[in-house]
Ligand binder design. Sequence first.
Ligand SMILES: Nc1ncnc2c1ncn2[C@@H]1O[C@H](COP(=O)(O)OP(=O)(O)OP(=O)(O)O)[C@@H](O)[C@H]1O
Length: 245
Amino acid sequence: MAETARNVAQADPAPQLAVENLHAWYGESHVLHGVTFAVKPGEVVTLLGRNGAGKTTTLKSIIGIVGRRTGSIAFAGTETIGMVSRAIARLGIAYVPEERGIYASLNVEENLMLPPQVRPGGFTVEQIFELFPNLRERLASQGTKLSGGEQQMLAIARILRTGARTLLLDEPTEGLAPVIIQQIGRTLARLKQEGFTIVLVEQNFRFAQSVADRHYIVEQGRVIDMIANDELDANHDKLQTYLGV
Ligand SMILES: Nc1ncnc2c1ncn2[C@@H]1O[C@H](COP(=O)(O)OP(=O)(O)OP(=O)(O)O)[C@@H](O)[C@H]1O
């Protein structure tokens, strides 16, 4: 009996996100062919893979914005495959697309206030400025006037206000200067400390290594391998083959 209790206590926590046999289509085009992976609460995992492997489509499928999807996507035990994206977002999942989605005609403050709160406990505006001091200084600037780094920070800041605690981030470092990439890395580390669960699509392999617990390799619409972050260096050759780098 004591043994059983210990086993239970040591068992992995239930996944925050469990994707199983996920297929997705854009119109007639069948893009995901049975993606399976899981993310534990508080984990940071990346999806790595060549261009066109299906990483972005996996994130879009989780938040419910692809044409059609089948299989299972359970969020904290709730099946979401039949839900519309707004209902999925209300469970506390947020997606930051690669193109960031900042409204050019709105200023920083208006962009920040735009997404509706989905859960209690989101960051206050003051907490956001603590995390991203540049945004306070740029509060009245139009979206068009922001640098790529400022746009990325605003895109992340905006979803922190909503109360979402699971974040899907598509290539947050793309096109940014090293000093800004470092700042984004520190932000993700802080969010991880606070218990956020993060799925990251990333081409910047060094950045991925600096922030993640585990890496899933996506190839031709499937997850074909998983590598723990502390085993990454030992698997360098394998990874090179997968990513063609
Ligand atoms: N809106 C769309 N309509 C039709 N096909 C699409 C659409 N978006 C992506 N695809 C196709 O789906 C496949 C997977 O694309 P996806 O963007 O998910 O790949 P990815 O791994 O994120 O790569 P990348 O880093 O190039 O974005 C590709 O063959 C792509 O051409």
